[in-house]
Design a binder for this molecule. Structure first.
Ligand code: ADP
Ligand code: MG
Length: 725
């Protein structure tokens, strides 16, 4: 019987696994491949006529409008470069709201006169593509018969060549819009929000005396957490395959309670994989920087250096694709789901955010004495106002069925969006609230008590891992985004709410100055006003505690626990006004994002429910019934031999089999009830009916896992998936 047991076979296969030959090239100097496959500024400088180069740099670096005349020259240089590198195809790459990356490939060659001839690749081809987009989510923005969608070249994110062992493709990052110009992707609103935030940040800079400030951009550094499991186990788990998370599985005897994995030595196989990934990412010009083991067994993190938000978002997508693709090459599967294993830490994607420009540098850098650094304090106050006023929108920007499992669990911030400033900054703002800041807590030194060790400077503030939006010295870290999400969504919200806050501040200051108030006095006054009106969002305590839930409610902060609570924020009067005022989303587009959010929520849960039903019926129940039968036959034999018979264990199994059957029946009925409902009703049904029905099935199955004979159990266990790499 065990010969057919998928799980036992998987274990054998894992034992027999031979890793791929290393791709390490010893002759290569470290870093020499960096950017090798990128149509970078350096490549453009070499290949483009001087004036064209100057014009494209102005667009990329200073956000000047794109001169349509340059497209032809860029297209021709890009094609030559790509073909010299062996590319045969090009692709407009875009980021639809599925969260995945979409590509449509076209050949550089076309059939002609019995052979192949070089196809045209003119500025027009570079700048615009047409695509049948009817299969991408549009949230009612289009009917299927109005399927036309357009992709448009984004010159601010460099083109690159994607290597495949069987060929190379030139990839061109693009936006994706409907034939009426409605955004159907993540990039369009990101670029719009960036533009709007910049405009108002520059107004503030002008008030501070920078007459002609360089274009302000937002920066994003995204830390990607992920799990790795051996692919043999992955393939033996239909739940991982279909929904990215385990829908069954009892807790292992040893979990993560020893915290012995965090920053632990990386297993050799995983290290080899990581190095392979980093080399591929380097070729694509992606500055992968930090790698380490995470808290849970089998969990790891990759953090690239921060970049401009738009490029960081594109690179983030490429990081995910690369991690997934190469995991397969190394016999593993990379899991991005926020909670692949119940009871084990989940995965996030912390979004580190700052803003700045070439002349001022990082505008969130406090310097040694923040109380004197009025400009920094103003930008910081903008963040405080933004987070307080629009905490609900930040929550909605990270809402998904999968992230719901993580937020508010033991390892991730709660759904209440608060802001952590650290000792030094909190103290400065406390003083401001009381009438003006005159001192900053100083950096200390850390005495380790060993004379041979250097004296280490300490930061003026501690870290607070429990805060969803924390100041970490020169940036804010938004910790609620999930590991599966595009960082574009959260960045769009951050940029837009910052645009509003900076607009407000600039308008007040401009008016004050115009009416004769001294600038410093006006700054003092607005800082005081903001911390008084919006300080309720500032919280330095333990965000995981129950007390905080109570206190946050008293402070009037929203606590939107689930996606269904959070998504309606998108279509509130306030939000729609905000996004349309700053030119990021029309009301139509907001409605479409809301509908898509609901649809995806309902779809994800219904896939999970159907998978639970199928696995319950075809894997768990048969194993349990076999064991039940085996036990009954044994009892009969024991009785026949006149031996002592204890019916207890059989009764236990039988009771659980009944529970499982009942659970499966209820789940099946709930699935039938849920079909054909309107989006909000369907999503609510998924939350209220399907999730609990799945949980009931799982409860019975997980108990059975603890008593059914090991050689009959068909699903790889948590122990196997988490600890064997
Ligand atoms: P930690 O795990 O301590 O939060 P990591 O080193 O894993 O930190 O990741 C920090 C991330 O923040 C990196 O992606 C880093 O590039 C990014 N980062 C650093 N400085 C800034 C900044 N000024 N703006 C945006 N992101 C930043
Ligand atoms: Mg972090």
């Amino acid at each position: 019987m065990s010969g057919n047991n998928v799980r036992l076979q998987a274990i054998k296969d894992v034992q027999a696994y031979v890793p791929p030959a290393p791709s390490y090239v010893t002759e290569e100097a470290p870093g020499s491949v960096f950017g090798e496959n990128v149509f970078s500024l350096a490549v453009m400088q070499k290949r483009l006529p001087k004036l064209v180069y100057k014009s494209i740099v102005a667009t990329i670096e200073h956000s000047e409008p794109l001169d349509p005349m340059v497209a032809d020259a860029v297209a021709s240089a890009m094609k030559d470069w790509a073909m010299e590198k062996g590319a045969t195809h090009y692709s407009h790459v875009f980021y639809p709201l599925t969260g995945l990356t979409a590509e449509k490939h076209d050949s550089f060659f076309e059939p002609a006169g019995g052979g192949l001839s070089l196809a045209e690749f003119a500025g027009k081809t570079l700048a615009q593509g047409e695509s049948d987009g009817s299969s991408f989510p549009s949230g009612g923005l289009r009917n299927t018969f109005e399927a036309r969608g357009y992709t448009g070249w984004d010159p601010t994110s460099p083109a690159y060549i994607l290597d495949n062992p069987n060929g190379k493709t030139l990839c061109i990052p693009t936006v994706f819009v409907s034939m009426f110009g409605d955004a159907l992707d993540h990039k369009t609103p990101l670029l719009r929000s960036q533009q709007s935030m910049a405009k108002h940040a520059e107004r503030v800079l002008r008030l501070f005396g920078h007459e002609n400030p360089d274009h302000v951009v937002s920066f994003c550094g995204a830390e990607q957490e992920y799990f790795l499991v051996d692919r043999h186990f992955f393939l033996a788990r239909p739940d991982l395959l279909n929904s990215g998370r385990t829908l069954f599985g009892a807790k292992p005897p040893k979990g993560q309670e020893f915290d012995d994995h965090y920053f632990g030595a990386i297993p050799e196989r995983v290290l080899g994989y990581m190095m392979d990934c980093e080399r591929e990412l380097f070729k694509l010009g992606i500055p992968a920087k930090t790698r380490h083991q995470e808290v849970a067994p089998g969990q790891f993190e990759l953090a690239p250096m921060f970049e401009r938000a738009n490029q960081a978002a594109d690179h983030q997508q490429l990081i995910m694709t690369t991690l997934k693709r190469l995991a397969n090459k190394h016999g593993m599967e990379c899991l991005f789901h926020e909670k692949p294993f119940e009871g084990v830490n989940g995965s996030g994607k912390h979004v580190n955010f700052s803003l700045g420009n070439s002349t001022e540098g990082n505008l969130l850098l406090p310097g040694d004495t923040p109380h004197e650094n009025a400009q920094f304090l103003v930008f910081c106050a903008a963040v405080i106002r933004a987070v307080h006023k629009y905490g609900g929108l930040l929550r909605a920007s990270v809402a998904s069925a999968s992230n719901d499992h993580r937020l508010g669990a033991n390892e991730a911030p709660p759904a209440i969006i608060s802001i952590f400033l650290g000792d030094q900054l909190s103290d400065v703002f406390d003083q401001i609230a009381k009438g003006g800041a005159t001192s900053s807590k100083e950096k200390g030194t850390l005495m380790i008590g060993v004379d041979t060790l250097p004296v280490l400077p300490t930061d003026p503030g501690d870290r607070n891992r429990t805060s969803p939006f924390a100041f970490t010295g020169n940036r804010f870290e938004f910790r609620a985004p999930g590991s599966l999400q595009s960082v574009a969504g959260p960045m769009v919200t951050i940029n837009t709410i910052m645009a509003e806050a900076l607009d407000y501040i600039a308008s007040v200051l401009e008016a004050d100055v115009a009416s004769g108030t001294e600038f410093n006095v006006a700054v003092q006054s607005i800082l005081g006003e903001i911390i008084t009106n919006h300080g309720a969002a500032v919280f330095g305590g333990n965000g995981y505690s129950d007390d905080w839930q109570v206190e946050a409610e008293a402070r009037g902060l929203p606590n939107l626990r689930t996606t269904i609570d959070a998504l309606p924020e998108l279509i509130s009067e306030d939000a729609m006004e905000l996004f349309s005022k700053y030119g990021v989303f029309s009301h139509r587009e907001m409605h479409s994002r809301y509908e898509i959010g609901l649809e995806q929520y309902a779809q994800n849960i219904s896939v999970e429910a159907r998978t639970t039903l199928e696995m319950g019926n075809t894997a768990v129940l048969p194993a349990a019934v076999r064991y039940q039968t085996e036990m009954a036959l044994n009892l009969k034999a024991l009785k026949g031999a006149g031996l002592h018979v204890d019916k207890g264990p059989l009764e236990d199994v039988s009771a659980l089999v009944t529970d499982l059957r009942n659970g499966l029946d209820s789940l099946k009925a709930a699935l039938v009830e849920g079909s054909g409902l309107a989006p909000l009703e369907e999503a609510t049904h998924a939350q209220k009916e399907l999730l609990p029905a799945m949980a009931a099935v799982r409860a019975a199955a997980d108990q059975l896992e603890g008593i059914v004979a090991d050689d009959l159990w068909p699903l790889p266990t948590y122990q196997e998936m988490l600890f064997i790499l």
